[in-house]
Design a protein around this ligand. Structure first.
Ligand SMILES: [Zn+2]
Length: 482
């Protein structure tokens, strides 16, 4: 058996500033809503063949450039189900052609379940792609242009940091699979122009699947983050950017998330626009409230560390999907850290003869950023290339009867490795490799966890049981460097 591999490439830059007043920030946004007339747009999330019929609210790419001299960090939030690492590399190439200074560009998808299929998994039927290549190429370029505009808009800025641990936040998250662990924390960052005192941008980071509208909806929408952003932009000005956090198995659907409509005194109906509005506005209010007690900080250096990681691909459905062209030529496989184009011919039911890629790993990336003052870290940003289960972030991985790997080692707990009070975790950051599930809870074979009568949902959307250990191991290596 080949050994699972994690090659790590580190890049660490810390540039101290002569003056604490040289932090710069700029924001930009562009609509990325697909054109519906004259084409079929498959909506992503849930199942197959959900065709968009109208646009309820526009989808956006919103980018924030944050810089100190000679070093820029650009974070973009995009209203999409996900982008693959291949897209992120394409976007970075386009962005770097237009930018002179050293910059790290992070692109995180909000994971809206009411946007176009940019992964390919949600086409007319199984193993038939839902990708519109023309749209994908257009959106990649548009994100690059938006990132460039954010850099162009940078001006001297102050930074405020805030967080909220309000118990209501956990009540807005539904979890059906044991253990019932959530990641309720809300993190907020605001950049204010030194010259005018006006808000440049507000960054909100919270964890809940943007899928309030459910599988019956056929209108394009950014889902609840649309209302979070609208609320904050109205109240504070500037651009509001929403980043989904530890959203693995965490859902806004169903009765667990019950929001009372103040106009009717009744619980807003599941799957309704009103529920999305109440959830989004509620998160906006809590973010605004957190900012009232924000800590103003002088950031004088950024430490940026990135690692390329190779995650063993053990999901046969993903291999078949790739072979059937679902991913539109993306997601090449690697072995021992190098591209591995080897295939074998396989006869698959209903699909016929396919060239089935035999490489070992998928390539992805994790990033870790510290914002520092006088060498002291004040805030951190972590990227997770998929949908991480909250127990991997907050602790609480549990051994149940029925687990496929009862002796599996427990992965490191992410928040225990972080150093500051302000821990931004950007889920679907630079990639979407699916669910990151603790190996000790992995369960593809009966009996099912806790002797449940049927399988739990999750493994089908994961690259495999070792993904979490590889991703978290690489992040621990980044966080533990001095
Ligand atoms: Zn999801």
């Amino acid at each position: 058996m080949r050994q699972s591999l994690a090659i790590t490439v580190l890049l660490s830059i810390a540039v101290p500033l002569a003056s604490a007043e040289r932090l710069q920030a700029g924001a930009a946004q562009s609509a990325i809503t697909p054109e519906l007339s004259g084409r079929v747009v498959y909506l992503a999330g849930f199942g197959h063949n959900r065709v968009a019929t109208a646009v309820h609210d526009d989808l956006y790419a919103r980018c924030l450039g944050l810089g100190i001299p000679k070093l820029t960090l650009v974070v973009c939030s995009v209203d999409l189900i996900g982008l693959f690492y291949d897209d992120v590399l394409t976007i970075r190439r386009a962005f770097q052609q237009k930018t002179s200074s050293a910059a790290l560009l992070i692109i995180a998808s909000t994971h809206t379940h009411a946007g176009p299929d940019t992964l390919g998994l949600y086409g007319p039927e199984a193993f038939e792609t839902g990708i519109d290549r023309q749209y994908l190429e257009w959106v990649d370029q548009r994100i690059a242009t938006t990132a460039e505009k954010a850099v162009g808009a940078m001006q001297p800025a102050r930074l405020e940091l805030a967080r909220d641990d309000h118990p209501l936040l956990a009540m807005l998250q539904g979890v059906d699979r044991p253990p019932i662990v959530k990641d309720p924390f809300l993190y907020v960052m605001r950049l204010v122009a030194r010259s005018t005192g006006q808000t440049i941008a507000t960054v909100v980071n919270w964890s809940d699947h943007p899928e309030v509208l459910g599988r019956k909806n056929t209108e394009i929408t950014a889902d609840y983050p649309h209302w979070t952003r609208e609320y904050l932009e109205k109240k504070l000005g500037g651009a509001a950017l929403f980043f989904s956090g530890s959203i693995g198995k965490v859902s806004s659907l169903g009765d667990q998330v019950a929001l009372t409509d103040p106009e009717t005194g009744k619980i807003a109906e599941d799957g309704s626009w009103r529920k999305a509005e109440l959830l989004g506005t509620g998160i906006g209010r809590l973010a605004e409230r957190a900012l009232k007690n924000a800590k103003a900080v002088n950031v004088d250096s950024l430490a940026i560390r990135t690692a390329t990681v190779f995650v063993p691909m053990s999901n046969p459905n993903f291999r078949v999907a790739e072979a059937a062209g679902v991913f539109a030529g993306r997601k090449p496989l690697y072995t021992n850290g190098y591209p591995d184009l080897a295939t074998e011919t396989r006869e698959l039911p209903q699909l016929g003869r396919l060239q089935y890629a035999t490489g070992h790993d998928v390539q992805t990336e994790v990033d870790y950023i510290q914002m520092r003052s006088d060498g002291v870290p004040l805030a951190e940003i972590v990227t997770i290339p998929g949908e991480i289960y909250p127990e991997l972030v907050n602790g609480g991985v549990t051994r149940y009867p029925g687990a496929d790997y009862p002796e599996a080692p427990i992965e490191p707990v992410l928040r225990e490795e972080l150093k500051t009070k302000y821990q931004f975790i950007f889920g679907l950051g630079n990639d979407e490799i699916g669910y990151l599930i603790p190996k000790a809870e992995w369960d593809e074979k009966p009996p099912w966890l806790k002797n449940a009568p049927q399988p739990w949902y999750g493994e089908v959307n994961s690259v495999g049981p070792d993904a979490a250990a590889v991703v978290l191991g690489a992040l621990v290596a980044l966080t533990s460097r001095p």
